[in-house]
Ligand binder design. Structure first.
Ligand code: HEC
Length: 279
């Protein structure tokens, strides 16, 4: 069950940053304020969302039924395929393919062609998506690989045999994360992250982040497909990675962002995923 007490679309970052300038240009206060046009989605944000769930992309061709596989099922939330989170050494998902995009050397154009044809027996995306959508996915992959976007290994490390198979890295500022959550997430998720439950009541924002930060880094970067939640971070790859890292470290506070009655439970003291950030 989903509670949606806080579904209010806040101003996008771009609108918030440029609102004063817009006001000067449009003479706010002197005439009737105009509704700002939402900023167009960055192609890499679109690509990230399509990587997550490509059947939600507007570039879906008419008359085709998408196969179930999401690209994250094939390559993992860390884009490393069987060498990464979904590989045999870690979560061991049967859907994972032996292709590590983080160590790939192809150009975005070449990656788009690979995806269009389907890699290692995965779906041929050209059957389902138009060229622009496939290009956006390739641009997202190259952005993460080359660091124009955050890389997962700047935020968390793989960890074989420990719960969740990952550990948040050192170097986050939880205090800054609390401020970012209040600013960016609270309107929709509630100040304590309990305003909306995920996965049929299994998680609050906090309990999800303490158990699945390997997924949440991706959601904060690209938003949640099919919802109003878009990219939540700004700046270059390192700056965005730091904001995501700070938010995830802040969400390790079990008192400020409780599991409440979520059925997925709470992590115990000493849980390795949050490590030293766990409160
Ligand atoms: C405009 C409203 C909005 C904003 C702002 C927003 N979210 Fe969301 N978020 C949503 C909605 C709606 C969902 C989908 C919930 C669902 O699947 O039931 C969601 C889903 C998520 C998920 C996915 C959980 C899952 O099911 O896998 C995560 C993680 C998340 N949000 C984190 C954040 C964080 C962290 C912030 C702030 C940096 C934030 N969100 C800002 C609306 C928002």
């Amino acid at each position: 069950m989903r509670e949606a007490r806080y579904i209010v679309r806040p101003m996008s970052n771009a609108v918030r940053l440029f609102a004063p300038l817009l006001c000067t240009l449009l003479a706010c206060g002197r005439s009737q304020p105009t509704t700002p046009t939402p900023a167009p989605m960055d192609p890499t944000e679109r690509g990230g969302r399509a990587f997550d769930r490509w059947s939600s992309d507007p570039g879906m061709k008419a008359g085709v039924t998408p196969e179930g596989a999401r690209l994250k099922d094939l390559y993992g939330w860390d884009l490393r395929g069987t060498e990464g989170l979904y590989g045999a050494a870690y979560a061991n998902k049967a859907t994972a393919l032996p292709r590590n995009w983080l160590t790939s050397t192809e150009s975005a154009t070449e990656i788009a062609a690979l995806l269009a044809a389907g890699t290692e027996g995965g779906p041929a995306l050209a059957t389902y998506l138009d060229d622009e959508a496939i290009g956006a996915i390739a641009g997202f992959i190259v952005g993460v690989r080359d660091g124009a976007l955050p890389r997962p290994d700047w935020i968390w490390d793989l960890s074989a045999g420990t719960p969740g198979n990952y550990r948040l890295r050192d170097g986050a500022d939880a205090a800054r994360g609390h401020a970012l959550i209040a600013e960016q997430c609270a309107d929709c998720h509630g100040p304590d992250g309990t305003g909306m439950r995920f996965d049929d009541g299994a998680f609050t924002l906090g309990s999800h982040a303490r158990q699945k930060a390997y997924e949440d880094w991706f959601k904060i970067l690209n938003g949640q497909p099919g919802t109003d939640m878009g990219r939540q971070v700004t700046g270059d790859g390192r700056a965005m990675a730091q904001q995501i890292h700070d938010i995830l470290a802040a969400l390790c506070d079990r008192t400020r962002y409780p599991a409440s009655d979520a059925t997925g439970g709470e992590v115990p003291d000493g849980d390795p995923r949050c490590g030293a950030y766990l409160r």
